[in-house]
Design a protein around this ligand. Structure first.
Ligand code: NAD
Ligand code: A1AUG
Length: 295
């Protein structure tokens, strides 16, 4: 950044604990702007703390919060089912599901539900989990023990809430490895359909028609990414209007936004409606001033 012209000392990297560093910076009267990426819980905490005007503070702090997701892929009855299955597997299990954009809910029209589910299970069983340095590995471990315990806890909940189709096992003896896990026949209001897991776990539910599928997809506090796999143009147009997410994809998975091409950021509890990687983002970090001179 200095090579690009930024004066020394403007950009600083500071590591440390959440309370010691995070809370201190958020609450400091001289902090002016906070750009945060992380969970809903921490984002809400920052938003709340930043709103309090501290002694000596002479501005209102501005906050951008990019938070979590509970992202859904809808599969229509006339979809390319192989494309659907491939898109689901990549979106659910890439980076071990540790993406805010990861697919954690699959909503399939009842006409093709069994076919899509069976193919996803088949593809999931072929994934290689292991050493991420090996090119043949598809999925490495989750990030740490806390993440491992959290995801395994959700897998236990999933075993009560749905039918375990594949996966469901973890091994923390040498790294924190979790098998890619698929649950079927899950109620849209179940915890694994509502709460962000941030791990390799995906839940399937059945919709009776496309409107029902959209209702289920929108039945979440989040609104980050979503995808529709369909050959039906009028259903795609309906989703364009009614599927309430910041990043909506048609006939592809719901991860992998490209900077400059698919500006990224969600609605509702997924964030503050900003679009990282898009032309408007920089303006959010600036202060506009209007100067008028009369002659
Ligand atoms: N919307 C997006 O663009 C996006 C992108 C990536 C990840 N995420 C989300 O991030 C989450 C996973 O990341 P994580 O586990 O690092 O999230 P996290 O919220 O646990 O932590 C994020 C950061 O906040 C810091 N932090 C924690 N408490 C704080 C506090 N009280 N005050 C200030 N800072 C504090 C942490 O030290 C960490 O650096 C998921 O929810 C995921 O969906 C969102
Ligand atoms: N922008 C990334 C997600 C970032 C968060 O994990 C994507 O589109 O997959």
């Amino acid at each position: 950044m200095e090579e690009a012209g930024l004066p020394p000392g403007v950009l600083n990297y500071l590591s440390g604990g959440e309370a010691e560093v995070g809370e201190y910076l958020v609450e400091h009267p001289k902090t002016r702007f906070i750009s945060f990426t992380g969970s809903r819980a921490v984002g809400c905490r920052i938003y709340e703390r930043a709103a309090i005007v501290q002694s000596g503070q002479k501005w209102l702090k501005r906050v951008i919060a990019e938070m979590g997701g509970k992202d859904a892929i809808i599969v229509d009855k006339d979809a390319d089912l192989e494309l659907a299955a491939q898109s689901i597997v990549v979106s659910a299990f890439g980076f071990s599901g540790q993406k805010c954009s990861a697919c954690s809910r699959v909503i399939v029209l009842e006409d093709v539900y069994e076919q899509v589910l069976n193919r996803v299970v088949e593809l999931t069983k072929q994934l290689i989990v292991g050493d991420p340095e090996k090119p043949s590995t598809f999925m490495g471990p989750v990030i740490d023990e806390t993440a491992y315990n959290k995801v395994m806890h959700y897998i236990d909940i999933g075993k009560q809430e749905g039918k375990l189709m594949t996966g469901g096992e973890g091994d923390s003896s040498k790294g924190f490895f979790i098998q890619p896990t698929v649950f079927a026949n899950v109620d849209p209001n179940a915890r694994i359909m509502q709460e962000e897991i941030f791990g390799p776990v995906v839940a399937f539910t059945k919709a009776k028609d496309f409107d029902h599928a959209l209702d289920i997809a929108n039945n979440t506090e989040y609104g980050l990414t979503g995808a529709v796999i369909s050959r039906n143009r009028s259903n795609l147009e309906k989703a364009r209007e009614e599927f309430h997410v910041g990043n909506l994809y048609f006939n592809r998975g719901c991860t992998g936004a490209i900077v400059g091409y698919q500006p990224f950021g969600g609605f509702n509890m997924s964030g503050t409606d900003s679009k990282a990687g898009g032309p408007d983002y920089l303006l959010l970090h600036m202060q506009a001033k209007t100067v008028s001179e009369a002659f």
